[in-house]
Design a protein around this ligand. Structure first.
Ligand code: PGA
Length: 260
């Protein structure tokens, strides 16, 4: 990666782990060394454990984030969680547009854009996920899909707010499947995403060059070094491998090293 962008590694725990497992993983993360000047780290536990994990990680540089929230401030939205509630319990980062929310839970581009704007207004950092399905890749539509998801997702975001946006490129076919994009394929997608951020919006080229673009999709200790050595890969969004403290921290350390 470029030395001008500090790598950012996120651990997306999804709908996994219960009581004692959550405590064990959070405690495991506190025990491992981390050079916060070289890498940013955040974890995204399930809602019932967010406050508990935030309390355990309070004394570390690891931020705690939410996998989901609703874009409205409050009111009659049964089952939803607001940004101010998340702020109350110490959350600073949110995921938006994850493929499981797009394709399993049915979130539309309009909902995703509303969430991005609401989270930025509320002062959060946002990881906006984009990525193509296998049939879209096979039809040669990878870049078209990524560009469209960026354009919808970031509509109305201003240049100052872009400092709080990270993009996660997550090819849907690589998520949770054990299949990883080759470092070259991932680099090509990241390069196209960066060019879209530079030239597809009216923020100016400097902004796109400063935005961190994580790779997500079966990143693990054995492939992290090769992926993170690519020029435009600035960290990772990790699912499966984030559920084991030693694996997650191995990826975090690979990201630290990638800056050298
Ligand atoms: P994975 O998930 O690492 O298990 O493929 C990545 C993600 O969904 O963010």
């Amino acid at each position: 990666m470029s030395t001008s962008r500090k790598p950012f590694v996120g651990g997306n725990w999804k709908m996994n782990l219960h009581g004692s497992e959550v405590a064990e993983l959070a405690n495991g993360l506190t025990a491992l060394p981390l050079d916060a000047s070289k890498v940013d780290v955040a974890v995204f536990p399930a809602f019932p454990y967010l406050a508990q994990v935030a309390a355990v990680l309070k004394s570390t540089p690891i931020k705690v984030g939410a996998q989901n929230f609703y874009s409205q401030a409050n009111g009659a939205f049964t089952g939803e969680v607001s940004l101010s509630m998340l702020k109350d319990i110490g959350c600073e980062v949110v995921l938006v547009g994850h493929s499981e929310r797009r394709h399993v839970l049915g979130e539309t581009d309009e909902m995703i854009n509303a969430k991005v704007l609401a989270a930025l207004d509320a002062g959060f950092e946002v990881i906006l996920c984009v990525g193509e399905k296998i049939e879209q890749r096979e039809a040669g539509k990878t870049h078209q899909i990524n560009m469209a998801q960026l354009e919808y997702g970031l509509a109305g975001v201003n240049a100052d707010q872009m400092a709080r946006i990270t993009i996660a490129y997550e090819p849907v076919w690589a998520i949770g499947t054990g299949k990883t994009a080759t470092p070259e394929d991932a680099q090509e997608a990241h390069d196209r995403i960066r060019r879209c951020l530079n030239f597809g919006f009216d923020w100016g080229e400097d902004i796109g060059n400063a935005v961190r673009i994580q790779y997500g999709g079966s990143m693990k200790p054995s492939n992290a070094v090769d992926l993170l050595s690519q020029t435009d890969i600035d960290g990772g969004l990790i699912g499966g491998a984030s559920l084991k403290a030693s694996d997650f921290m191995a990826i975090v350390h690979a990201a630290e090293q990638s800056q050298a």
